[in-house]
Design a protein around this ligand. Structure first.
Ligand SMILES: Nc1ncnc2c1ncn2[C@@H]1O[C@H](COP(=O)(O)OP(=O)(O)OP(=O)(O)O)[C@@H](O)[C@H]1O
Length: 269
């Protein structure tokens, strides 16, 4: 799988003229300035940029959690924001995952994973069955009855990923999901993430500080610059899928990482 045709189908996520300003007067911060971005179904796009360039804010606006100052967002043809105002249906086929696992310590892994289904009103037996299925997919088989405190950091993030996937979302929004983990665990989880996203044909936006992670996972990388926060460029990662860690040793990959680093530098200048 490679090179998504930007014109063939209506975009799965449409972002246009998006601006977000926090505060006012002397404390005004322009977190995003006139961002435009479309994602096709099944595409994996990373937001790459230095701290404070508006990555998390952009993700939260797409999730419907943050109100933009101006602009439009639509997910799967349904308006989320129009002219900076909330619009469209209240429920969306979107799941979000954060850097911290945010699991409830008094629930088991399976109960945590099943929570979004409980919110949707699914009965206990059915939702726990579904949670067990997803736990198996993300490598947590055998740990369903454990409490989160009995898990390693990597396993807690697996549980968090399972919870994000349990509703079979069409769109996955990931805010540095494995940023706090050691490099080896992070590599393994990223490989599994790619596998899950490809199998379910999920459209994914990932926020990351890591140039190599963005290059390895993405179809396209959105390079962001701070002050004023803006999109510097959207760079295609022309690597075949499925990808293996060997890709990272290739000259083509190193070149792509070098090109992204140069774009980041250009944006910071
Ligand atoms: N609720 C808020 N109130 C005021 N300013 C905010 C708020 N949320 C974010 N900001 C500001 O908006 C800018 C962008 O923040 P954001 O968290 O989106 O950046 P980021 O690129 O995700 O940073 P990091 O990589 O450190 O997480 C920052 O200058 C931040 O201080």
């Amino acid at each position: 799988m490679m090179a998504f045709d930007q014109g063939e189908h209506p975009p799965e996520i449409e972002i246009s003229g998006l601006t977000k300003v926090f505060g006012g007067g002397a404390s005004e911060v322009i977190a995003i300035k006139n961002a435009n971005l479309d994602l096709q179904k099944g595409e994996f796009v990373s937001l790459l940029g230095p701290s404070g360039c508006g990555k998390t804010t952009l993700l939260r606006i797409v999730a419907g959690l943050e109100t933009p100052t101006e602009g439009n967002v639509a997910v799967r043809g349904n308006t989320v924001w129009k002219g900076g105002r909330r619009s469209g249906p209240a429920t969306r086929p979107v799941s979000m995952m954060f850097q911290e696992a945010r699991l409830f310590p008094w629930f088991t892994v399976a109960e945590n994973v099943a929570l979004p289904l409980r919110v949707q009103g699914m009965g206990r037996k059915a939702r726990l069955e579904k949670a067990h299925e997803i736990c198996e997919t993300v490598g947590l088989a055998g740990f369903e009855h454990h409490r989160p405190t009995a898990l390693s950091g990597g396993m807690r993030q697996r549980a968090s990923l399972a919870r994000a996937l349990v509703t079979e979302p069409q769109v996955l929004l990931l805010d540095e999901p494995f940023g706090a983990l050691d490099a080896m665990t992070r590599d393994n989880l990223n490989l599994e993430l790619l596998d899950v996203c490809a199998r379910a044909h999920v459209t994914t936006i990932l926020v990351t500080h890591s140039i190599a992670e963005a290059a390895f996972l993405s179809d396209r990388v959105v390079v962001l610059a701070p002050r004023p926060a803006r999109i510097v460029d959207v760079v295609e990662m022309p690597f075949e899928r499925p990808r293996t860690l060997d890709l990272q040793r290739s000259t083509a990959f190193q070149d792509a990482v070098g090109a992204l680093r140069a774009k980041l530098k250009e944006g910071a200048a």
